[in-house]
Design a protein around this ligand. Structure first.
Ligand code: DHB
Length: 319
């Protein structure tokens, strides 16, 4: 019997699948849908101290299995999402995403979360690529270290994690892992959308903000996501867990993320395109993929990526 139940950050989940922040989670009724669709859990839309309307439309574009977005952090403000999670009977298993717009927002957000009594997990978004005039914190290592140091003083150990942008260089994997390993963080979420890509429809940019530049998601970014999940799996302290996000469109993609070291996986573009019915479908696809290799549980293959050896033949692959 193939089982999908999994442990993450000291909590138990019936499957590894949840939404990626930003997708189907900005309003209470959308969070209700995720619960109704039996996602393992949900993460709320990245909240700022105040409500924001975000960037002007058009700001989201679908193309085949990919997407480009420059939403600009539209959200109802931190209190609105706290109101939802604190009334949720499974609050301990939920993820609450925050996006400090400045360093000084972090203690304000933390104070509100702590005062609410929320007992779940906090995802600190260090990687939003879409706020005009703001660089991604995850690409400024000094700033990132300062945020981690502050977070460690504001939140209880092992209750918070960070959402990272994609990295493309081994020196960056090393530096980021070294900063993260200083603190008792519960998890790392890799990756956010690939920042500042551009798509063209006919002769026009597909989205309006920033001359068409926005975060790329979907099937295109899976290999980048896998590299980041695996590089951090190799470098992070063993008790820091990984959420794999990026380019998961089917059960095979989820299998690959878990093989690279992910404990949970998030669905972004595919959830936006197919709706919440995807959770049941993808659960069954992952079970089928596990059965194919004789695995009965997530732990049987989590992080057990095999490295091809010199002169090995690649079975069934074209090259
Ligand atoms: C938005 C996009 C992101 O990738 C993110 O991490 C947070 C917010 C947005 O544009 O709303």
């Amino acid at each position: 019997m193939v089982q999908l139940n999994t442990e993450f950050a000291g909590r138990t989940y019936h499957s590894p699948f949840m939404n990626a922040s930003g997708v189907h989670c900005g309003l209470h009724k959308l969070l209700d849908d995720l619960v109704g669709a039996e996602a393992a859990t949900y993460v709320t839309k990245s909240a700022t101290v105040e409500k924001r309307s975000g960037n002007p439309d058009p700001r989201y574009y679908n193309s085949d299995q990919n997407s480009l977005n420059s939403m600009g952090l539209p959200n109802e403000g931190v209190e609105y999402y706290l109101d939802y999670v604190t009334k949720d009977p499974h609050s301990k298993n939920r993820l609450f995403s925050i996006s400090p717009m400045t360093f000084y927002d972090l203690p304000i957000l933390a104070e509100k979360i702590n005062a609410s009594g929320f007992d779940g997990l906090i995802e600190i978004n260090l990687s939003c690529p879409n706020v005009v005039g703001k660089p991604q914190i995850g690409y400024d290592f000094e700033q990132m270290a300062a945020y981690l140091k502050a977070a460690n003083e504001l939140f209880e150990p092992h209750t918070y994690g960070v959402k990272l942008p994609p990295y493309f260089d081994f020196a960056h994997f090393d530096t980021v892992a070294e900063i993260l390993n200083r603190y008792p963080i519960a998890f790392v979420n890799s990756i956010n959308s690939v920042g500042n890509a551009l798509m063209i429809h006919e002769q026009q940019t597909a989205i309006f903000p920033k001359h068409g530049h926005g975060g790329l998601g979907g099937a295109f970014i899976k290999p980048i996501a896998l590299s980041n999940v695996h590089a951090f799996h190799q470098r992070l302290n063993a008790n820091i867990e990984i959420i794999g996000t990026g380019g998961i469109t089917n059960g095979r993609d989820a299998f690959e993320h878990i093989l690279c070291g992910a404990s949970m996986v998030q669905l972004g573009t595919v959830l936006a395109q197919k709706g919440t019915g995807i959770f049941k479908i993808i659960e069954n696809e992952l079970k089928a993929e596990m059965a194919k290799y004789g695995y009965e549980s997530i732990d049987d293959f989590k992080g057990k990526l095999q490295y091809i050896q010199e002169n090995d033949a690649i079975s069934g692959a074209s090259h």
